[in-house]
Design a binder for this molecule. Structure first.
Ligand SMILES: [Zn+2]
Length: 292
């Protein structure tokens, strides 16, 4: 193996700065493209990436529970391992690795606002488990990862990704806020947890039954029927997130001051009604992949 490619792989694995990694990934792709034994190098790259990202967690599986909050020092490794395109033919893989590096550089920047703290994230998940068995119902057998990335995303404060095989949310990416004074990172987390209830209840982020749309229409969104499914899903996640926050120790993070308390109480009842109807073990057989 060329020292160049080997050195770049090592420096990607031990780099804790996502933006630097993005550039290194582009350099790696350019360097490996010219090599004779590129298939071996590519295989080694993926092996190393997965080993350093997942290795720490696989060896202590008694501690994993229903979800994993990534340690700060592995968060970039984990981001790369979870988001890098899966291997295909060698040339296609090399091109997709380069696009992945470019995607990082064009979508992420240095942190602007706050990110949720590990303490706050743990407190919220523990509270929801204690009150509603949220984690047991939503994450069980799912291996959900919470990634607190030390960067700001160009367009969103947080994201979740949905597994192709069973249509469940598997990764929660929690970024530094786009603006210094905007929604709180905690409200962003509740929004993602709202998406998780939606997907668990109906199996697909692109499916909202008509009766739910009718309810949303009656509780503050008179024009919801005119909107596209993506916008409807975002509103639905907001309502469920605000509903979960209502009357909890985390209502201090609720920034939706324009919504009246009696309406938030309705959101709360709505979220709990939906949540209580979710069975712990249900099979969902759709085949979509999405980001929300
Ligand atoms: Zn969303």
């Amino acid at each position: 193996m060329s020292n160049d490619a080997f050195d770049i792989i090592n420096s990607i694995i031990f780099c804790h700065d996502l933006l630097e990694c993005g550039q290194k990934i582009i350099n790696f792709s350019d360097s490996v493209y010219k090599m004779k034994n590129r298939i071996t190098v590519i295989n080694y790259f993926y092996e190393q990436l997965y080993h350093w990202a997942f290795g720490h967690y696989l060896f202590k599986n008694e501690d994993i529970g229903d979800y994993i909050i990534c340690d700060d020092k592995y968060v970039v490794n984990m981001f790369l391992a979870l988001r890098i395109p899966k291997k295909k033919s060698t040339v296609k893989t090399i091109k997709e690795i380069k696009s992945f590096g470019e995607f990082i550089l064009s979508n992420y920047k240095k942190p602007v606002g706050k990110c949720i703290t590990e303490r706050s994230l743990k407190d919220i998940l523990q509270y929801l488990e204690k009150e509603y068995l949220y984690c047991t119902k939503i994450f069980s057998n799912n291996g959900a990862y919470f990634i607190r990335l030390h960067n700001t995303h160009k367009n969103c404060n947080s994201e979740c990704t949905i597994a192709k095989k069973d249509n469940k949310i598997v990764n929660y990416f929690l970024y530094h806020m786009i603006k210094k004074k905007s929604i709180t990172p905690e409200a962003g987390l509740f929004h993602e947890l709202g998406h998780a209830i939606h997907i668990k209840a109906y199996g697909d982020v692109n499916i909202i039954p008509n009766e739910i749309i009718d309810i949303l229409k009656d509780i503050g969104f008179p024009k919801i029927k005119e909107l596209d499914i993506n916008t409807q899903s975002e509103i639905f996640a907001d309502v469920l997130g605000v509903g979960l926050m209502y009357n909890s120790p985390f209502s201090i993070y609720d920034v939706y001051n324009e919504i009246e308390m009696r309406v938030k109480e309705l959101y709360n009842k709505f979220a709990l009604l939906l949540f209580n109807n979710i069975k712990s073990e249900e099979s969902q057989k759709n085949n979509n992949s999405a980001s929300a």
